[in-house]
Write a protein that binds this ligand. Structure first.
Ligand code: PAF
Length: 285
């Protein structure tokens, strides 16, 4: 079923909630791929009712980012969801979520702002305000759907860490279920933004997973010094790949580390053909 308004969704879910059915939410911005499908399958396995939200959230895009050109494929998304047993696709308009004639500014909208220590690095450094927009919309979706479980991919690891922190700090009654990164056979992490890449660009983009796998194998061989681990990336980089960041941080707190250990995760962002791609790998078991 496709639902576009908050009231209709609440009415639809109310009897199931009254019957103590468990509700799972898979928040997405659409352009669904096999990565999203893995979230849907995890939700189907754990919940009586599954809601997939499809909403390209304007307030998490910077003024120079790809909000207008972000792929919008609702018909295909809806087909994929119904074929895979999703009960509701919730696809509101920006006006439904933020009010008629809304103006995107901190002057007229209550934002949820995650702590600076979690947002002043990695994607948050170049995408100022991005995680305020993500936390605000995810918090709204939690309030609208009131799910028991919500499913997020580990590909957006900083987002996942920040959402877990928000849920803990704000005592939101939902359990966050992290789902592993899904990759093409080549190793490329699935992303809606891969659609922007040419075939050649997709080959160049393999540099991200190659760098991460190499860091992981160096770590497994006993190299724990973070600077040495990061230096191993240089031999993979070339003029077609613009490195934005490569960091090794604590996987839960995002604190920088000098010596990697089982809590560490390596995070990378690069631009290939002008497309910003991210990936990460956990170093410990
Ligand atoms: O990961 C995404 O697709 C988005 O950031 C999310 C969580 C759906 C919020 O808009």
């Amino acid at each position: 079923m496709l639902i576009k308004t908050i009231n209709e969704l609440r009415e639809y879910l109310q009897p199931y909630r009254a019957d103590n059915n468990t509700i799972g939410l898979v928040p997405t911005m659409g352009a669904l791929h096999n990565g999203h499908l893995s979230l849907i399958k995890a939700a189907k396995g754990m919940c009586d009712r599954v809601v997939v939200s499809v909403f390209v959230n304007p307030i998490q895009f910077g003024p120079k980012e790809d909000y207008n050109k972000y792929p919008r494929t609702l018909d295909a998304d809806y087909d994929l969801c119904t074929k895979n047993g999703v009960d509701v696709v919730f696809s509101p308009t920006p006006e439904e979520m933020y009010g008629k004639g809304f103006i995107l500014s901190n002057d007229n909208l209550t934002y949820v702002c995650p702590p600076f220590n979690y947002t002043d690095k990695l994607c948050g450094k170049s995408r100022v305000g991005h995680f305020d927009g993500v936390c605000t919309v995810v918090n709204k979706l939690f309030n609208i759907v009131q799910p028991n479980f919500a499913f997020f991919g580990e590909k957006d690891a900083q987002q996942l860490i920040i959402i877990k922190k928000m849920v803990k700090d704000l005592n939101i009654p939902v359990e966050i279920i992290p789902c592993p990164i899904v990759r093409e056979a080549s190793g490329l992490a699935l992303s809606s933004r891969n659609k922007y890449l040419s075939e050649e660009g997709k080959k160049q983009a393999l540099v991200l997973s190659k760098i991460l796998n190499n860091i992981k194998s160096c770590y497994d061989k006993g190299i724990k010094d973070v600077n040495l681990l990061k230096e191993t990336a240089f031999s993979f980089l070339n003029d077609n790949v613009e490195l934005e960041y490569l960091e090794i941080f604590n996987s839960e707190t995002l604190e920088p580390q000098e010596v990697a250990d089982s809590s560490s995760r390596a995070f990378i962002a690069c631009r290939v053909e002008g497309v910003r791609l991210i990936d990460n790998i956990k170093l410990g078991a």
